[in-house]
Design a protein around this ligand. Structure first.
Ligand code: IVH
Length: 748
């Protein structure tokens, strides 16, 4: 083996990685601000570990691979934990999880054991010491051996009891848990900061004019984890008291005066002592079931939990066996953290483009210099909503930015990493004109923040986006008519006149019109032309004809599907009109109420507004839409092509088993979006309202239900969880009442 020396590449890389990791850790733990994503951090750490595998002499005590946590703040006294707080090894692949499982199987040599699956709460670790039932100390993890004394701050958190409940509290117990902020509280908290900053900005104008010093603005937090960390470690405990912090326990450290056989039983005990335990934990008998648990929460259910999770912690449940398996210097062998693909990443903001949507809204979006991996997919664009959001986020062109993509949501920019600025960054200036039609952008109504292109009739971007939406899944759902077809039909390079100048002629398209078309390929997310990677030129396609000039199969199918789409349900047409603020839910409400497009067009604003789920704002938008001649012409052309615009009712609609019931949906449901849940209820005849009252028959609560749940409990209404909701949909009101959650009496 090569001996060490100045030219030793391993040594040099080791030193570089160690320094980098140390810097990131300091920023993360001491300043509550990440400068790289968790995934990138893990990657660097793995590289360092690989070097140390090859060159064990580099694995010194101060190597980042041997440390847990990070720098300690000078603001707090240091405390030595009675028992070290270990870290967890990570598994990112099935193979790594299997290898861990095999080692356990081998080390336990035939002993029966179970796995306890828990969610990995993305917060910060806390160690609580209770002596004879009284909280005597709370500390952060710190280095694992020495933490920061945050007792005064912890005492302000309602989830942390001052005194353990029960008759015989143990002489000593160290409780390990995670302090976190729920996603809902985080959003509320940040929104309040944004509002406060807006207020200060307004006042600053006056202060500056009077020659006085302006107020400093509050720094926004980028995620719940950093907010929780910042909130728990404030110098002034009163400031911590004002933050909505929560805690969940996930282990026991030093203890005297009691014994436990299983970790899962320990939680029952802790629960009885009045400590909050996680309700998602599950004990299973095999690694296959562990993987099912991982898959369940990794998929869409990740966001049904009230707090952020970054993985699943798998533990051997039997405490005696945990002891037998032991620990390395850093982490126990009886537990492992499965890490989900992170939902945040950092990237370089190259430029900001402005997209024009189907209702003319001008939306700035970020274009990254390189695509980055977030939540398992490559992302190069992220929305910035409007020019005010760009300003309030404080992002500059050329910034390194933190991006987030959660669930199915479009990725968004959380904010810049200011530490990484080098002075070359420039401010973004919102364009004054639509780049596709040249019209001046402006707010459509007084007080609107969004700027819009007013040229709804002729702006090529608006026509293209409307047609794509009309034929897309949420409206007529025409197979083989995707975004590329919408571009080809509205903005062909050849022939000079497009077959469609608006949506009116959509049902009159003929194969003769399609065959000669050649058009640019555009990205459906941004509307930007796509570029061929090898030639660097914009991609052009002949979308409907093959090389011989004959119709492609997809073109034939597209025309057939368009023909069939004339029979679509009324709401699909209403939604496809791209009336501002009218989405599928309002479109369905209108179709149900009026059953005929002509009746919707003839209805007064008051009649429209009286429709459940419509309201005055939407009603005004509908009236304004029908007031335009060219809009009514579109409908007449469709009618001439054979569209009926009448809801038949009866058979097509199906039975209405929930007719007469009033239901409120609150919180995040596991299997439905909020709109999806509403639609499912309305389709069965239920009335869905937003306010809980005595007249409410059912309150459906998902995770993070908020005050409506409390109100429902006060009124002793029938409350349904995910399962109960499915019962209501499938079996009706009586079965759902039997499946409702028990009413919990508030403790006095
Ligand atoms: S058990 C000895 N369970 O993740 C193992 N940790 O990356 C102790 N965490 O330091 C940890 N949720 O702060 C455990 N359900 C859970 C957890 C959890 C979050 C944190 C904890 C730990 C870190 C390791």
């Amino acid at each position: 083996m090569e001996e060490s020396g100045v030219t030793d590449a391993d040594r040099a890389r080791h030193a570089q990685l160690a320094q980098e990791l140390q810097d990131h850790r300091t920023r993360y733990y001491a300043h509550d601000a990440a400068t790289i994503s968790d995934a990138e951090f893990d990657l660097l750490m793995r590289e360092l570990e690989a070097i140390e595998e090859r060159r064990p002499e580099l694995r010194t005590q101060d190597s980042p691979t041997q440390q847990v946590g990070g720098a300690l703040s000078e603001d707090f006294a240091k405390v030595t934990h009675r028992e070290r707080l270990l870290s967890l090894d990570n598994a990112f692949t099935d193979e790594e999880l299997d290898a861990w499982g095999e080692r356990i199987e081998r080390d336990l040599a035939g002993q029966p054991y179970h796995f306890l699956c828990e969610l990995k709460i993305d917060g910060l670790a806390i160690n609580l010491t209770y002596e004879h039932g009284r909280l005597t100390r709370a500390a952060t993890r710190g280095t694992g051996r020495v933490g920061e004394d945050i007792t005064a701050n912890a005492r302000t958190i309602a989830d942390i009891p001052e005194q353990l409940a029960g008759e015989n509290p143990p002489a000593l117990v160290e409780i390990r848990g995670e302090v976190y902020m729920s996603t809902e509280d985080f959003e509320r908290f940040n929104a309040a900061l944004v509002a406060e900053n807006e207020r200060r900005k307004e006042e600053n104008v006056r202060l500056l004019a009077e020659g006085k010093r302006p107020h400093a603005l509050e720094k926004l937090y980028s995620n719940p984890r950093n907010t929780a960390a910042g909130s728990l470690r404030m110098k002034d405990p009163q400031a911590t008291a004002g933050r909505p912090l929560r805690m969940l326990v996930h282990g026991i450290g030093a203890r005297e005066g009691f014994d436990i056989d299983c970790q899962s039983h320990a939680y029952e005990l802790l629960h009885a002592w009045g400590l909050p335990t996680a309700r998602h934990n599950k004990v299973v008998g095999s690694l296959a079931e562990v993987k099912e648990f991982i898959a369940y929460y990794g998929d869409k259910n990740r966001h049904s939990v009230e707090h952020e999770i970054d993985g699943v912690v798998v533990k051997v449940d039997e405490i005696a066996l945990q002891g037998r398996l032991g620990a390395t210097s850093k982490s126990p062998r009886w537990a492992i953290a499965w890490k989900y693909p992170p939902e945040e990443a950092v990237g370089k903001l190259e430029r900001i483009e402005v997209g024009i949507g189907r209702t003319g809204r001008a939306t700035p979006f970020a274009v990254l210099a390189e695509p980055v991996l977030i939540a398992g997919s490559m992302v190069q664009y992220a929305t910035l909503h409007n020019q005010e959001v760009v300003k309030s986020k404080g992002v500059l062109l050329g910034d390194t930015v933190v991006l987030r993509k959660a669930g199915e949501i479009i990725p968004e920019i959380l904010g810049p990493v200011e530490d990484l600025r080098d002075g070359s960054e420039r401010e973004f200036v919102m364009p004054t004109h639509c780049h596709e039609c040249g019209s001046e952008l402006r707010p459509m109504a007084e007080g609107d923040i969004d700027l819009r292109c007013p040229n709804a009739r002729y702006c090529p971007a608006q026509i293209r986006e409307r047609i794509a939406y009309l034929c897309g899944r949420e409206s007529l759902d025409v197979d083989n008519f995707g975004y590329v077809a919408a571009v080809a039909l509205t903005q062909p390079l050849e022939p000079a006149t497009p077959p469609l100048t608006n949506e009116g002629d959509i049902f009159d398209l003929s194969m003769d019109q399609l065959l000669p078309i050649r058009a640019l390929v555009r990205d459906p997310k941004t509307g930007l032309p796509k570029v061929d990677e090898t030639t660097g030129e914009q991609k052009v396609v002949s979308f409907f004809a093959n090389l011989k000039g004959e119709p492609k199969k997809t073109a034939v199918l597209m025309l057939e599907n368009l023909e069939a789409a004339k029979q679509s349900q009324l709401w699909r047409f209403v939604n496809g009109l791209s009336i501002r603020r009218v989405g599928p839910v309002a479109a369905q409400a209108l179709a149900r109420e009026f059953r005929d497009l002509d009746r919707i067009a003839a209805a007064s604003e008051e009649e429209l507004a009286a429709t459940e789920g419509v309201g005055p704002g939407i009603a005004a938008a509908i009236t304004a839409w029908f007031a335009e001649d060219w809009h009514r012409e579109i409908i007449e052309k469709w009618r001439a092509a054979g569209v009926q615009f009448v809801e038949e009712g009866g058979e097509e609609e199906g039975p209405r088993p929930l007719e007469g019931l009033t239901v409120v949906v609150t919180g995040t449901l596991a299997a439905h979006t909020r709109d999806g849940a509403k639609e499912a209820l309305q389709a069965r005849g239920a009335k869905v309202t937003s306010a809980v009252s005595k007249k409410t028959d059912f309150v459906v609560v998902g995770d993070n239900p908020g005050s409506k749940y409390e109100k429902a409990m006060q009124l002793k209404l029938a409350v349904l969880d995910d399962e109960g909701f499915e019962v209501l949909l499938a079996e009706g009101a009586d079965a759902a009442r039997a499946a409702a959650l028990p009413v919990v009496e508030e403790a006095p």
